[in-house]
Design a protein around this ligand. Structure first.
Ligand SMILES: C[S@@+](CC[C@H](N)C(=O)[O-])C[C@H]1O[C@@H](n2cnc3c(N)ncnc32)[C@H](O)[C@@H]1O
Length: 225
């Protein structure tokens, strides 16, 4: 699996952000969870500490912790500058300011890096990528995908989204995806068709409002079971 790290924005979110983005409840955290495209999120590290059974897959796990941190350091200031240059695009309720966002992203990657080697040995961080996952049918109760599908609609086409979601549903009872917006803050052009197609296939599909919003208007997740 060839991947160029310089194409990746390794920004990661915390357990608390995952709880809010995906409306995770106490009963959800007793489930066997797959995090798809978890990157340098501290979700797995923090969740493991409190006894949650989480496996994360991401193509960047072929790289070392030092390489991932180096890439983060290369891009972080530029991204925060872009955020500062578009003040109307963001909601500062969870993160209080661009500087607060930066320090929360630094805290997340620090927590991730401190857990990464151990997590790899424990097979909690596995190299893999959509649209194909190396897991058995229904190995997980819940598959989460944060800030990859729909967000990168300009980089991945409808078929990639359809195949990826179908694959997540093959390995998991339920799938949740957040956000539903693209990087340009538009609702993904694939969302309506994805909703219709999976309903036709017999799945229950809903768009659920959540208590987390950073991209303006980005406070909904897709839930398919
Ligand atoms: C913006 S980061 C989001 C990280 C994490 N999910 C979060 O929200 O904190 C997007 C992640 O998607 C990963 N990614 C890129 N291509 C992928 C693919 N084909 N399948 C799964 N993940 C992929 C990247 O390596 C990166 O870590």
């Amino acid at each position: 699996m060839a991947m160029k790290l310089e194409k990746v924005v390794p920004f990661g979110r915390s357990l608390d952000e995952y709880m809010k983005m995906f409306n995770l409840t106490k009963s959800d955290v007793n489930k066997h969870i797959l995090g798809v495209g978890d990157g340098p999120a501290s979700f797995n590290a923090e969740a493991t500490k409190i006894g949650v059974n989480v496996t994360s897959i991401d193509p960047i796990y072929q790289f070392s912790g030092n390489e991932i941190r180096k890439r983060f350091n290369e891009v972080v200031d530029n991204i925060i500058d872009q955020v500062k240059a578009s003040p109307d695009d963001w909601i500062w309720s969870y993160h209080k300011s661009p500087e607060d966002l930066k320090s929360n992203r630094i805290a997340a990657i620090n927590e991730f890096i401190s857990d990464y080697e151990r997590g790899k040995l424990e097979q909690r961080y596995l190299t893999g990528e959509l649209p194909q996952l190396n897991f058995k049918d229904k190995e997980f109760d819940l598959a989460l995908c944060s800030h990859f599908l729909f967000l990168y609609s300009d980089h991945h086409d409808y078929q990639f989204h359809f195949d990826s979601i179908q694959e997540m549903l093959r390995v998991s009872q339920q799938v949740r995806i957040f956000p539903l917006l693209t990087l340009m803050l538009q609702r993904s052009p694939y969302l309506d068709r994805i909703t219709q197609e999976f309903r036709k296939l017999g799945y229950t599909v809903s768009i659920v409002k959540v208590g987390y919003e950073l991209q303006k208007g980005g406070n909904e997740m897709l839930l398919i079971s």
